[in-house]
Design a protein around this ligand. Sequence first.
Ligand code: 3H9
Length: 696
Amino acid sequence: MTDSLSQHQEPNGEAPAVHLEPDGDIAFIVIDNPPVNASSVAVRSGLLDAIERLSGDAGIKAGIIIGAGSTFVAGADIKEFGRPPSPPELPTVLAAIEACPKPIAAAIHGAALGGGLELALACDARVALADAIVGLPEVTLGIIPGAGGTQRLPRLTGIATALDLVTSGRRIGVREAAKLGIIDRVVEGKSLRDGAAAFVRALPGKRIVADLGVPPETDEAIAQAEQRALKSGRGREAVAEAVKAVKNAAVLPVREALAQERAAFLRLRDSEEAAALRYNFFAERQAGKLDGHARARPINSVGVVGAGTMGAGIASVCAAAGLGVILVDANTGALEAGKGRVSTALIDLHRVGKLKAASAEAAAAHVTYADNIAALAGVDLVIEAVFEDLQVKTDVLQRLAATVRADAVIATNTSYLDLDQLAEATHRPADVIGLHFFAPVHRMRLLEVVRGAKSDPTALASGVWLAKTIGKLPIIAGVCEGFIGNRIYTRYRAQCEYMLEEGALPQELDAAMEDLGFAMGPFGVSDLSGLDIAWATRKRKAAGRDPRERYVGIADRICEMGRLGRKTGAGWYDYSVGSGRGAVDPVVTELVRAEALKQGRPQKILARAEMQGRVLGAIVNEAALLLGEGIARSAAEIDLVLVNGFGFSKFRGGPVFQASRKAPAEIEAMVEAAGQATGFGFKRGDVGSLMAGVPN
Ligand code: 3H9
């Protein structure tokens, strides 16, 4: 080894993103770019420089690219995607590795994802620790691999397998990757360096993957893989482009196929879908991060009170994650029904592959049942999920506070009640937090973790820990009626109902909202979940409602007709004609028209864009209020709530993100229109500040 290899210094005095570590006749090329060694411009130029120096050093026979810290390379630096590409680009680095006369291996620990795996595929061999993962997740970011992934991977695995991996973005373990031909040597134990060094010293020479032929396969196998990919990625351009690119590997000269891949990557990188998914990616990484250094209290066992739909759902997700659960309900009939619900949810979780235990029965064994709160004396965290009534919940929480250990966390699953009032009633408010689950609990990813005025940071951290452990996305919210999600949804729904009185019909509004990004419009949703609960709430609140507030009575009229949604065969739509989405019912059309006339409001034809603008205006205004009041922490977290709890498409980022793509004057006009329609009581939020927090 000559001195030239270890002399490199960054001009600014910072630690270089890539450095060489000689080891006899080989050199480790160490990528050191915390936190995940993303292949940023500094890494790319560092690699290029290292390869050049290694090539020119007569004392070095081979190189090993390895990551410092906890991982190999997690991919391209996603933060760079919003900007024009800066040279050197990754394909240039990979070409240099292939052109280097000496063999270069990749030594993988942690993750080799996206550009990280592409880097490894351009090497002459791949060595990995047994617990590492590899994958090409680009489609989950609305793009396709941009540095040869669609060409080099199929040369090792065949086209059908590459189609599956590239179009699903699936991450796989190293053992599976070795079976598929992606990894050449699995290193057992901890010493990746030693294992890789021994392997590289024994390499006969270069083995350039791009020069290999694609392994033979039947046309049928490829056609089936293509069909599966296009079916599950229906309507997604990135998936269609990925299919095209991978199939090119079998028919085009590699240089031409690489150029086509790169062109598609660069085009998709600038797409709206890619921008939305990037926004979502970074938002998810921030969600659940706590200010300060509070640590979660240790939680091994969870108590759940109330064996109804929510309680049983909560018990099943905790059991599925391997936590010990005690489900309590004083009503033994309800407890028995709860057992059935837990079992159904666990079977469903097993069916979709989201169960840690080998079987639903094994997970069910984590749940024990009791008819008395006294059974919860030893649990680490307890969640009450009883009837949504202040008195009922207060009573249960008081009894829990007197029963559970002094260091236990006490959570309420309330949707609308005042968490601070409930917490005070326990006389130990520091231990109380809200855990607001969404139904069906075992399917919905969102969990609002509610911070009370006196919640201890360790109690809040415990809620976040639990959310992550049971596979939910924790969004921290402050106390207000409806927290983040339901508060916004209430405004959204109200705005749609106002439009019913102005000339729009339920099916027109539903179609407009689905076109905006919601999986189902508000009236379809209402039929699905049943109209009765909201009706009961409206009746309960009727006495306290200010008569100056705009109130649309159409939903009440529908309920009075006994149309409570799908379960009664009719609601906003008619379901008597069979399953599916329900048919437009002339009875409802007539009722809507008659009620609108009764209000004496001018009738007009509302264009789809106007309906969407009104709704976006209402949503962003409420989002701005939530941010201003400190209930929500960021615009992006509000969007995560709407995406993961209310069916807004993640491929469109979220309603706030959608609005942020418009000009400020248009946003202002949308908010103004929503405010005009609301009339009395409409409060303006600082929409400008909200929008300023949405990254471009
Ligand atoms: C690609 O490669 C395209 C190529 O084909 C193009 C070639 C030309 N960039 O998740 P964590 C940050 S597309 C920038 O909490 P974990 C993350 O924001 C890329 N930043 O850790 C967070 O920052 P902060 C394909 C990134 O241990 C911190 O790292 N690759 C990137 O739970 C820790 O992240 C992917 O899609 C990135 N690529 O999980 C892989 N990745 O601390 C994406 C992470 O400031 N990454 N950050 O909040 C992951 O899946 C996980 O981060 C990983 C670690 C499994 C690696």
